[in-house]
Design a protein around this ligand. Sequence first.
Ligand code: PEP
Ligand code: MG
Length: 441
Amino acid sequence: MPAITAVRGRLVYNSRGSPTIEVDITTDGRHTGRAVAPSGASVGIHETASFPDGGVAASLQILNDNAGRIYGADPGDVGAMHGVIREIDPEPGYPKMGGSLAFALSIAAAESAAKSAGKPLYRLLGEQEPLASALSSASASPASKRYRFPFPLGNILGGGAHAGPGTPDIQEILICATGSDTVQDAIRTNLEVHSELRRVLQESDPGFSGGKGDEGGWAPKLDNEKALQAAARACENLGFTLGREVSLGVDFASSTQWDASRSRYVYDRAGFENDPGEQIEFASDLISRFKLIYAEDAVHEEAFEDMAQIRARFPDVLVTGDDLTVTNAAILEKAARGGSCNAAILKVNQAGGLHDALEFAAAGARNGISLVTSHRSGESTESHISHIGIATGSKMLKVGVVGGERVAKLNELLRIAELRGGDGDGDGDTEHDLIQGMAEL
Ligand code: PEP
Ligand code: MG
């Protein structure tokens, strides 16, 4: 059995310039895995808190005090690593160590184990239980042939908590190359739309500075409606038909607008308010008119019944929970029982550690909920989520389009495509020929 022989943590910075934690884990004295915890700007109320009181320094102290418990553990058994983490911090929500340390420890361990076993991280993760059984009973293909590329879903225009005043209230307008047969083509197409959108924005406002939001989407001074129109125009200018070669998506991040004391959604920047019924109509209207394939958090994080109404209206749209489901398996089961969503965001750090996130993925597979593995707005240049997206059978990988910390994830998909010497269509015949083209949307 491989065993952890060294562990070390340090303070580093994320893409927003905020301090975070990095952990190195070495297996058998030779194979080092490294992970940096990301962080969100629009954070769900039921998310795991990133750090205990005392911040990164307090998490590092816990790591140093407990290094002895980590030595000797099997880094390739995500459940066993979870057991070690739980010995250090048994309370739900990791109040002692913080979710960021649980994240960094569990992912650094998995990466060092994958290196030691000489296999790609996605395969090591895809073999973990209960994920492997849940995915193979949900899928028609044999377990060894189930790995597919998720469609990259990228932020082309940012607003809300990710951009400044004057930008749209809605947080993200997203592009997905739904007509692409290969991951290479899907990435290239998203880049073309992102670039054409800049031209469209500059045409309508020569003063547009080219400024971007936290995730690399353009941040123009436009309201929601005009921003969506500009995104649609960029697609059309390239000869694409919405819903065919490419599709748009929106992360409404509606909890940002929700004023619980008045039971209203307040669209400060556009200058209007919606009651809960009006919000359902507002979101439904945008979904229909812009032929959205993807609608995330169209209502606030506790409006399970309102989400169910939207889901019932749009069976072919990925009606997705993020703040609603916070990568929590029990909350996802509740959402599935109430028909609140047919898709859910998987962000490991919302849950804390990798084991929590894989349990969430297994709950998704058992309940027929499509997964969308996602970055955070405050990211590192690492690319573990590209592997996590493949391992969990995610339909989409929400990682942005440009920006070093976003492109790192896309470039990793291109490297993974090379592993079995093909172009993503699954016709290779090597040991690694496990990826069978793109996910089925
Ligand atoms: C999101 O809301 O989906 C997102 C990626 O943003 P953040 O990381 O700020 O939560
Ligand atoms: Mg979101």
